[in-house]
Design a protein around this ligand. Structure first.
Ligand code: PEP
Length: 250
């Protein structure tokens, strides 16, 4: 059975004290859940968050990004081995904000994915179409091209360490969600794209998360769809009560 995963992407929010407070609040909300729960604080707070939660196996601390090089003259960047050295095992790559504001492309993301896997990390790979693509009926072409360019250099075994996050750009932080049927249709298409290249076993083993304005009031319906295996949560992950309402929506 595929893993259910709910991951909170905190983006550039929360200083050290706020990070500690939110983790304290999360712990109060925590119940046993079959889903894997993850939080992605900023780089400066990863170490503290990891230390605070290290005895606690119910929340994994993950990174929001990393560079593809192992080390070198890349001012301001952080490598996979640096993340690994503080205990981080999972990294989000390809978030639409990285693509839009930091010029990340599927070609450069292919290198990041390879570097993360070479360091035995797990990747949550994000992709999704923009509004104009959907209006033009091109959403499947765009998504297929993102997946093929960034991931199809991998062999089938690598997918044990890949989680996909379909995040239509028009739904991120906008309050507008894909309808549960739109999410299901795209997730089924993504699975078929994987199956065509790697076969059904691989395609059926990969968790595909939906991201884009998931809130406590819409999570249950979205998560009820057969190809939706969880969520990548932005805004609603900043409030412990809302985040756990989403975790408990499975
Ligand atoms: C995200 O940034 O990945 C995201 C899904 O944000 P939000 O939930 O705020 O739309």
């Amino acid at each position: 059975m595929r893993k259910h995963i709910v991951a909170g992407n905190w983006k550039m929010n929360n200083d050290l004290a706020q990070t500690e407070n939110l983790i304290t609040d999360l712990r109060k909300q925590m119940k046993t859940s079959d889903s894997e729960v993850m939080i992605a604080p900023s780089f400066t707070n990863l170490w503290q968050a990891f230390q605070t939660l290290r005895e606690d196996e119910t929340i994994e601390v993950i990174a929001q990004n990393m560079h593809f090089a192992e080390s070198g003259a890349y001012t301001g960047e952080v490598s996979a081995s640096m993340l690994k050295s503080i205990g981080i095992q999972t990294v989000i790559l390809g978030h639409s904000e990285r693509r839009a504001y930091f010029n990340e492309t599927d070609e450069s993301l292919a290198k990041k994915v390879a570097a993360a896997l070479a360091n035995d990390m797990r990747v949550i790979f994000c992709f999704g179409e923009e509004l104009q693509d959907r209006k033009a009926g091109k959403e499947e072409n765009i998504v297929a091209s993102q997946i093929k360019t960034a991931l199809f250099h991998l062999d089938a075994n690598a997918y044990k360490h890949i989680v996909l996050a379909y995040e239509p750009v028009w739904a991120i932080g906008t309050g507008e969600t894909a309808s549960p049927d739109q999410a299901q249709d795209m997730h089924a298409f993504i699975r078929k794209t994987l199956a065509d290249k790697y076969g059904g076993d691989v395609a059926n083993s990969v968790s595909i998360l939906y991201g884009g304005s998931v809130k406590p009031n819409n999570a249950k319906e979205i998560f009820s769809k057969p190809d939706v295996d969880g969520g990548l949560i932005g805004g609603a992950s900043l409030k412990a009560e809302d985040f756990y309402a989403i975790v408990n929506a499975f």
